[in-house]
Ligand binder design. Structure first.
Ligand code: NAI
Ligand code: MG
Length: 342
């Protein structure tokens, strides 16, 4: 059976980089024979046009017809827009894509330090349950947000992180939290993740460290090489992975997958980059690597390897780099060079 892949470019540079990921998959030939692509819509532009950011049909097609998907990026406004809610946050919940796996790896010529880590971000709860209220108190406006941490979600993200750590040479896991301040919520996260190790003897091979999130950012910049796999609640994981991206040259090279037990969706870590949208200079590497990560997750190891090798060789040669990496190449030129090497 051929692989069916849903494509949701969404907004901004998502429209420029998701087609690049598609061509990379098409270039694999017999490793992924006759992939079928289904174009799907979501995002802020979809919202302004149709009144919904995530159409029912997109969700149904993903659930019923697709083996996996690639998501671009959405332009979520920073102000409250009545009726709008981020489609990517919703999709992660609807499809129960509870793990956001973000490998951050340096390419020698582009970074001063050697970085090879995976940020494993819980993807369904924490402050991203988006239960916010504004009220009027004695001294004016007050705003509150609910931060949900459950044993179930913390345990399953913990398992995912231990499995990933176990498969790596260093087998080292750092649990990120702030339970010196948030002893109830982060305390539960920390305890649940640590309990995973005591329940499965295979995980004894993994060394575990803990780190408060603020000092983790500090050490990430001072000595990033100490990290192997990091596991974090949703918001900390979001921030840490963007910070880690700075160490390897650009957000434009960092991929991710949103993974659950039955579905996987590749997604570049970056957003819709309105500052460069429309110029044809967005770095396609993050999306192309997200396609590879998605394929690896589905068991197409060789196909994933071929894409990663092609990307690495283009980056290493350093002749064709987009402006975020200090070059002058266009999205299309970089994509063509990668496709040629695949
Ligand atoms: P951003 O990630 O879009 O951009 C940050 C900076 O990195 C910008 O200078 C941008 O030009 C650069 N950059 C990002 N990706 C790049 C690429 N592939 N090639 C070259 N340069 C790249 O973050 P920002 O500006 O904070 O957010 C813009 C919009 O994206 C907002 O509406 C935000 O809500 C949305 N966003 C969406 C995400 C998603 O869809 N999952 C994730 C993060 C932000
Ligand atoms: Mg982010």
């Amino acid at each position: 059976k051929s692989l069916t892949i849903g494509l949701i470019p969404a907004d901004g540079i998502g429209k420029e980089v998701i087609p690049a990921a598609r061509t990379a998959i098409e270039a694999l030939g017999s490793d992924i024979p006759n992939p079928k692509f289904i174009d799907l819509i979501a995002g802020f532009e979809t919202f302004t046009r149709t009144g919904v950011a995530l159409p029912e049909e997109t969700v149904e097609v993903l659930k019923n017809d697709c083996d996996c998907a690639l998501f671009g990026s959405v332009s979520s406004p920073s102000r409250k827009v009545v009726g709008y809610s981020s489609p990517i946050v919703a999709l992660r919940k609807i499809l129960d894509l509870y793990a956001n796996i973000r490998p951050v790896v340096s390419v020698c010529i582009l970074s001063l330090v050697h970085v090879d880590m995976i940020v494993v971000r819980e993807n369904t709860e924490c402050l991203y349950v988006k239960q916010e209220q504004q009220t009027f108190g004695e001294h004016g406006k007050e705003a509150r947000a609910t931060r949900l941490i459950t044993e179930r979600a913390s345990t399953r993200i913990g398992k995912m992180a231990f499995e990933l750590a176990l498969a790596r040479p260093r087998k080292h896991l750092t649990v990120i939290h702030k339970s010196n301040v948030l002893s109830v919520t982060d305390g539960l996260f920390r305890e649940s993740v640590r309990a995973v190790q005591t329940k499965d003897s295979r995980f004894e091979a993994v060394t575990v460290a803990e780190q408060l999130v603020d000092s983790a950012v500090y050490r990430l910049f001072r000595e990033p090489q100490i990290y192997d796999v990091m596991v974090a609640p949703n918001l900390y994981g979001d921030i840490l992975s963007d910070a880690a991206a700075a160490l390897v040259g650009s957000l434009g090279v960092v991929p991710s997958v949103n993974a659950g037990d039955t579905f996987v969706m590749g997604e570049p870590v970056h957003g819709s980059a309105p500052d460069i949208f429309g110029q044809g200079i967005a770095n396609p590497v993050a999306s192309i690597r997200s396609a590879a990560l998605m394929l690896r997750h589905l068991g197409y190891t060789e196909a994933a390897h071929r894409i990663d090798n092609a990307v690495d060789s283009v980056l290493r040669e350093g002749q064709l780099l987009t402006p975020d990496l200090g070059g002058t190449a266009k999205t299309q030129e970089v994509t063509d060079a990668i496709v040629k090497r695949i």
